[in-house]
Design a protein around this ligand. Structure first.
Ligand code: HEM
Length: 522
């Protein structure tokens, strides 16, 4: 298949490395899958002939599949967003796939994401079943996998209370303090960015959610959170395993997916228990004996405390607190920032210069400076765009049949918003694989100042999703990433590490392809 040169196949392929080892199916597994598929398809075609298709119009365009199986064998099991993005270049901003009766709609433009997932949010805010994570992996109550409806609204209300824009503003001094502490730890350990990054991101969220103070990398809670992320990532992105696409496959013995898969599901279950129920029970016990530090957990316990001493909505509370794995995505954005600063030292210098001009080296940046540092803001936007941490988004599900621009979108479709295609749209972001904060800026020669362009889309519009399921932690994430970047830039030169012969060792552009070797130099 040829793809337009505007999409760099190499860059897209790089995303493969961000997710764990390929889920490789053996011949016997394919055989089992094929038999099941035929039976399913037979049922679907004999029982499922429906008149609506003709009444509502045609499906969106899409790659031609084969009889019965549709596009099943064209959708890669690993990193499907790469193929999704190649197809976007051919079939456009919205296209349709079918796989063994499962209808899949892929959205590749921000406008359509907004039209469907935001403006028609009532219809498009459900989640697919996410069978692997919820039913096998023990994340039954996680908000991110919750179906749209009663419990969802309760959980969103709980989380919004703590993370809406004004609530997030209250965390600014904590985030600024943590960023300073992070910078101090880099002074002490100038070659250990990655482990320090994970520790401080964990520290931010643990102290906020559970009032737990993280002091070292060996902290059990941080280790548990890292393990939870590892197990979740090893099973592919959310909603993309074949069992997620065809939940009926989950009824078969899990071992048909290989022993590695079974082992990982087991690890995932254990990690889910350790990062949700266990910390909650510890904090609850401390709350009742009066030793708990104030946190989101204690706030929610207090608000739901019954006269008989029980706590109502405990599952919902747990589901809201159990968001560490998504939160740890901020780690990926900061990794991207460091890699970019090492590969593009001239951009690093420009950002440092803009900070120095404003602060004159007299103090560290604060949130009040954010509006006066357009270059750093543009850098933050480019970090979000260049390597989206959730390249296929998190899938939604449509509840009812719908018609959009004359195309039919059937009820029960799995809706992917393909973040990678949106962020690499060459019309909005020319030469998309280039790391270039300048795309968001204009330079006034008279004032000799940068300002942010208003005619270029802010990647924040897409990076955090859409509509009623939009990331509730976006204000917090934006603040943490920004203050950390600004603090590091004002205090350090970020340099590539050298090997034992003194030769420069640039880190891989893909951050999961080994350690990020760098040095922080004051
Ligand atoms: C770089 C940082 C982050 C990125 C890029 C990010 C991105 C996303 C995206 C794309 C979604 C899916 C939205 C949708 O389905 O339309 C999401 C959901 C979610 N995010 Fe974030 N997020 C980040 C940090 C955070 C933080 C710091 C928190 C918590 C404070 C958080 C909590 C959540 C939760 C709970 C959901 C599930 C919402 C639901 O299903 O209703 N995220 N995030």
């Amino acid at each position: 298949m040829t793809i337009p040169t505007t999409y760099s196949r190499t860059i897209l392929r790089n995303y493969l490395s961000q997710y764990c080892p390929p889920i490789s199916l053996q011949r016997t597994q394919w055989a089992v899958l094929s038999v099941i598929s035929v039976v399913l398809l037979y049922a679907f075609f004999t029982l499922g002939k429906r008149p609506w298709h003709r009444r509502w119009g045609a499906y969106p365009p899409g790659p031609k599949g084969i009889p019965i199986f549709g596009n099943t064998f064209q959708i890669p099991l690993v990193a499907p967003w790469i193929r999704f993005t190649e197809w976007a270049a051919i079939y456009g901003d919205i296209y349709f796939l079918s796989a063994l009766g499962m209808k899949i709609v892929v959205i590749n433009s921000c406008e359509i994401g907004f039209d469907l997932l935001h403006k028609r949010g009532v219809n498009y805010s459900d989640r697919p079943r996410m069978t692997v994570i919820r039913e096998h992996g023990g994340w039954t109550f996680a908000l991110s996998a919750e179906p749209y409806g009663g419990e969802f609204h309760l959980k969103r209300r709980m989380i919004n209370q703590y993370f809406n824009r004004s609530a997030s503003a209250k965390y600014q001094s904590m985030l600024a303090d943590n960023a300073k502490a992070f910078a101090c730890s880099l002074l002490e350990h100038p070659t250990e960015f990655q482990s320090q990054n994970r520790m401080y991101t964990g520290a931010n969220i643990m102290s906020l959610t559970y009032g737990h103070k993280v002091t070292s990398n060996d902290d059990e809670w941080v280790i548990n959170a890292k393990e939870a992320i590892r197990t979740l990532e090893c099973l592919g992105g959310p909603g993309v395993h074949p069992i997620d696409i065809w939940p009926i496959l989950g009824k078969l013995p899990l071992r048909i997916w290989g022993t590695k898969f079974v082992r990982n599901v087991g690890f995932m279950k254990k990690a889910a228990e350790r990062t949700t129920t266990l910390p909650y029970n510890i904090v609850k016990a401390k709350y009742f004996d009066g030793t708990a530090l104030p946190s989101m957990a204690t706030g929610l316990i207090e608000a739901n405390l019954m006269p008989d001493g029980t706590v109502k909505h405990e599952d919902a509370i747990n589901g809201v607190l159990a968001m560490t794995y998504i939160v740890m995505k901020t780690v990926g954005s900061l990794d991207t920032f460091i890699i970019a600063m090492i590969h593009f030292p001239e951009i690093q210098r420009e950002a440092q210069q803009s900070i120095d001009e404003l602060l004159q080296g007299e103090r560290l940046p604060t949130f009040e400076d954010r509006g006066s540092l357009p270059y750093v803001e543009a850098l933050y936007r480019e970090v979000l765009r260049w390597k989206p941490v959730l390249p296929a988004g998190v899938p939604h599900r449509s509840v009812q049949d719908d018609k959009y621009q004359g195309m039919f979108i059937p009820a029960g479709s799995m809706i992917f918003f393909n973040m990678l295609a949106m962020m690499y749209n060459p019309q909005e972001f020319p030469d998309p694989s280039k790391f270039d904060p300048g795309r968001f800026l204009e330079y006034d020669d008279r004032d000799r100042r940068y300002s942010l362009r208003t005619d270029v889309r802010n990647p924040e519009d897409m990076a955090f999703g859409f509509g009623r399921r939009i990331c509730p932690g976006r204000h917090f994430a934006s603040a943490w990433i920004w203050i950390t970047m600004a603090t590091i830039l004002s205090a350090f030169d970020i340099l590539p590490a050298r090997d034992q012969f003194g030769a420069v060792r640039l880190p891989e552009v893909e951050y999961d392809k080994g350690p990020i070797r760098c040095v922080f130099f004051v």
